[in-house]
Write a protein that binds this ligand. Structure first.
Ligand code: GCU
Length: 400
């Protein structure tokens, strides 16, 4: 027998002997193959006692849950740097006088060496301080103004609705692994990202670094007289949606939290192992997480929390989760289930969450303090989504 045939026989016998092992490595898109699972209860303290009221949740349980995600998934988010200060780099009127566009440089300490830029659009003639959406972008602030990413940032639509919107480039806060080089010219964090520069000996992943950056944008917004600081919504798409959920959890200055198509380790229930799994996310994006997380490869059921715990950290603030019909990788049903499973936590505060059935495509569920929509189409964030965010924000900020 030649070597090729022997190898073939060895391979076939291996598959015959370990069919389960090989099967487990495949991405599951079959609802009937979702493993049966029991979700851990967010309303039980680490010591096994029941959380009985909103005070216990706010004072103690929230902290326990944050610590679990910090310790086991994303890494700890450090406090703000000392000496942080801001400078308006440019300011002009755009969209036929409708909006002010400005670039604000956030200097991360008392020197002028470490900074990132925030691109801000605000209504030009507001009746009073305005609510603002804050989120990071994938391709650079300039890209949000041209063909590369403008569909994701419909500034005119947002400003016309009376809202401001502030964004910074993800990689100017913390580079996203190998994808970073492409836009090197705009990479202002010359020290290789906030983690390299402001390490503090911690083991924190890029998701924590991005949420740290979102909080620094909030630091600036608190100083801008045009901004209504009680109405700042943190928002993010996909990996940046994971960061938005985590930022909203850590920083309660954000008055509303929006996750758009954030999927695995964002809004999707991990124990469903549908679409992206712990195995694939750890393999492809190890730099997003603390190293502690790697031990959960293929072990979703052993993680001490599930993602509804993370989403519940938004409570009692309004929370909005979205999915897209073709975005199976992010598990739309798992994202909706998270919206649904946070209900008991919102109920502690006397708030209703989403309805008991996953809504049909393009029929948003916005009746409660938690909202959800399933957009038809692919993994993306587009004008339709923003229209729903504005509607949801109007409802909660202005009782419209
Ligand atoms: C990949 C990744 C997801 C992530 C997405 C994105 O698909 O697997 O976890 O959300 O990229 O950020 O667009």
């Amino acid at each position: 027998m030649n070597f090729k045939i022997i190898s073939l026989i060895v391979a076939i016998s291996f598959w015959a002997l370990f069919p389960v092992a090989t099967h487990a490595q495949k991405t599951n898109y079959d609802e009937s193959k979702v493993p049966s699972y029991t979700l851990p209860d967010p309303l039980v303290f680490n010591n096994g006692k029941q959380v009985k009221n909103e005070r216990q949740w706010q004072k103690k349980r929230r902290k326990e849950i944050i610590e679990i995600f910090a310790q086991e998934m994303y890494g700890h988010v450090p406090a703000k740097t000392k000496g942080i200060h801001f400078n308006v780099v440019s300011e002009k009127t755009v969209y036929n006088g409708l909006a002010i566009r400005k670039v604000v440089r956030i200097f991360l300490d008392s020197s002028d060496k470490h900074w990132f830029d925030v691109l801000i659009h605000l209504p030009a003639a507001p009746n009073g301080p305005v609510p603002v959406f804050v989120g990071l972008n994938f391709q650079g602030n300039d890209a949000t103004l041209d063909d590369r990413a403008s569909r994701r940032w419909p500034y005119e639509q947002i400003v016309k609705a009376g809202y401001g919107v502030a964004t910074a480039w993800r990689d100017s806060v913390e580079p996203d692994g190998k994808e970073t080089k492409i836009y090197q010219a705009e990479n202002v964090c010359r020290d290789g990202g906030i983690r390299a520069w402001y390490n503090q000996g911690g083991d924190w992943g890029a998701i924590s670094a991005w949420s740290w950056g979102l909080s620094r944008i909030m630091d600036y917004l608190e100083t801008d007289p045009v901004v209504d600081v009680s109405k700042v919504t943190v928002i993010g798409h996909s990996r940046l949606g994971k960061a938005a959920l985590w930022a909203g959890a850590n920083d309660i200055r954000f008055a509303m939290v929006i996750s758009n198509n954030s999927g695995c380790c964002g809004a999707a229930i991990s124990r469903r192992v549908f679409g992206e799994s712990f195995r694939t996310i750890i393999k492809n994006y190890p730099h997003w997480f603390t190293k502690e997380f790697y031990k959960y490869t293929n072990k979703e059921a052993e993680f001490p929390a599930d993602q509804h715990w993370l989403a519940a950290l938004a409570a009692p603030r309004p929370l909005y989760i979205t999915s897209a019909t073709k975005d199976r990788w992010a598990d739309p049903k798992g994202e909706w289930l998270t919206a649904w499973h946070v209900s008991p936590v919102y109920a502690l505060f006397g708030f209703k969450g989403v309805g008991n059935e996953m809504p049909k495509p393009n029929t948003p569920d916005q009746q409660g303090r938690v909202g959800y929509h399933l957009r038809s189409g692919k993994h993306d964030i587009i004008s339709y989504d923003w229209g729903q965010f504005i509607r949801f924000a109007d409802r909660h900020y202005y009782k419209k």
